[in-house]
Design a protein around this ligand. Structure first.
Ligand SMILES: Cc1cc2nc3c(=O)[nH]c(=O)nc-3n(C[C@H](O)[C@H](O)[C@H](O)COP(=O)(O)OP(=O)(O)OC[C@H]3O[C@@H](n4cnc5c(N)ncnc54)[C@H](O)[C@@H]3O)c2cc1C
Length: 414
């Protein structure tokens, strides 16, 4: 199979499994956490129809371990297996291409390379990206942290800053959610004081959705590394060598005026953007662009189109006091199993089950060899938490033997 970017789209055809060979495949758009695990779950069900994953990247990327790739604690082959290796065994087809549009009336998807693919059921799982569009200059000048190319670019910036050893140079990270906090700790460990690390957050506190224990551990990890935390501070503009900030009212010298912060580099982790391929006719979406779904993960108004992962906007249910599930890998994993079962039920004309999120806890990497975790009645920090987090995630990587995966109770579906 050809896998280079310039090669034509490639289908690795399924030779195993399904009984319903004459029907079009179940097409899954996007091979991240939601899409890949839905494909694998479907392929494990008896009597499944052909399954085709459409994903433009060559490798699945286990995003929670991306920080360890930056720090050199893990290597690319450990966290980024190739799709052809992952999918050939289970008998899932892979089309290396990008979906350009979906017509839910003709039940066909069109790809960027001009292919038309019919589906019997469709699963949309195109995820999210950083929302750099909200602040002038961010798309052009800020680095993001989501791909192997991003890691390579940031690694180069960190090495360069490390070589200069000018203590007054600054690297800014925008957004103090999990990604911003985890990245700040890792980068501070890598830079070893060669550069000031600024963490900028417009909200009142870091990690607003996290457990108090994890937030306290994170705050103390940031302090120990001398990361400068600026809360209630809005980034107004990003330029190549500076940020324009709106500090909190009442801050010394602020008086509602902006402040210019010279920086050598900016990493953007604040906010998410959702960009599903255009649907014909248009599908209902919430204000942030997530597709509105029924509790059984079906796209509103559709019988055989499902949405999983970050892209799915689920209604708040009475049973969940915290509101709809967050956009994270744990939710996507859990939705994948339900989506696979519901696809089979929809094709058989049977009633579907609702998705009920089970919050199994949270694990955060806090620098080299350090982490914090809460969940399952356990709170743990430091080196033991780092080891447990790594084991739990590595065991969740697709393609590993079942017994090892079983060790990863953390993310397992309920
Ligand atoms: C650095 C980082 C660390 C994270 N750490 C954690 C963590 O510790 N714990 C946690 O629970 N969550 C974590 N997350 C969040 C988690 O990774 C996401 O919530 C999860 O990946 C969502 O899964 P998804 O399937 O919806 O989307 P994704 O995993 O983003 O996958 C979307 C896929 O769709 C593909 N795609 C996009 N558009 C198209 C198209 N038009 N046609 C075909 N394919 C397309 C993309 O190439 C991609 O492979 C982290 C995220 C990041 C960026």
């Amino acid at each position: 199979m050809q896998a280079g970017d310039a090669s034509p789209p490639t289908v690795v055809a399924s030779e195993r499994g399904g009984t319903a060979r004459s029907i079009p495949p179940v097409v899954i758009v996007g091979g991240g956490f939601g899409g890949l695990y839905t494909a694998l779950a479907l392929a494990s069900l008896a009597g499944h129809p052909p399954v085709l994953l459409i994903e433009p990247q060559e490798r699945f990327l286990f995003l929670p371990l991306l920080y360890e790739l930056l720090s050199g604690e893990l290597r690319a082959w450990e966290i980024a297996p190739r799709y052809d290796a992952l999918l050939a065994g289970p008998g899932v087809g892979w089309l290396r291409d990008r979906v350009h549009s979906v017509n839910t009336e003709t039940r066909r998807v069109r790809t960027a390379a001009g292919r038309e693919v019919s589906y019997s059921a469709l699963v949309l799982a195109t995820g999210s990206t950083e929302n750099t569009a909200v602040v002038p200059g961010a798309s052009r000048h800020a680095l993001t942290f989501r791909s192997l190319a991003d890691v390579a670019r940031l690694g180069e910036v960190v090495r360069e800053l490390g070589r200069r050893e000018r203590p007054l140079q600054r690297l800014a990270i925008v957004g103090a959610g999990p990604a911003g906090v985890e990245l700040a700790c890792k980068v501070a460990d890598l830079l070893q004081g060669a550069c000031v690390v600024e963490l900028i957050e417009q909200g009142e506190q870091i990690l607003p959705r996290s457990r108090a224990f994890n937030r306290e551990q994170a705050l103390s990890a940031l302090r120990r590394r001398d990361v400068r935390l600026r809360l209630r501070t809005r980034v107004e503009a990003v330029e190549a060598d500076r940020l324009t900030l709106l500090p909190p009212e009442g801050a010394p010298g602020s008086a509602s005026t902006t402040e210019v912060l010279p920086v050598r580099a900016v990493i953007w982790t604040a906010g998410l953007r959702f960009q599903p391929p255009p649907l014909i006719p248009p599908a209902p979406a919430d204000t942030s662009g997530r597709l509105r779904c029924h509790p059984d993960l079906r796209l509103e108004g559709q019988k055989d189109v499902f949405v999983v992962g970050d892209l799915a906007a689920l209604p708040a249910t009475g049973t969940d006091p915290t509101g709809p599930p967050p956009a994270n890998a744990q939710v996507a994993f859990q939705q994948a199993a339900v989506a696979a079962r519901n696809v089979m039920r929809a094709l058989a004309g049977e009633p579907l089950e609702p998705f009920v999120w089970q919050d199994l806890g949270e694990m955060l990497s806090l620098g080299k060899g350090e982490a914090t975790l809460t969940g399952g009645g356990l709170t743990l920090a430091g080196a033991p938490a780092f080891a447990l987090r790594r084991l739990a995630y590595l065991a969740r990587l697709p393609g590993l033997p079942q017994q090892l995966r079983g060790a990863a109770g953390w993310l397992a579906e309920p």
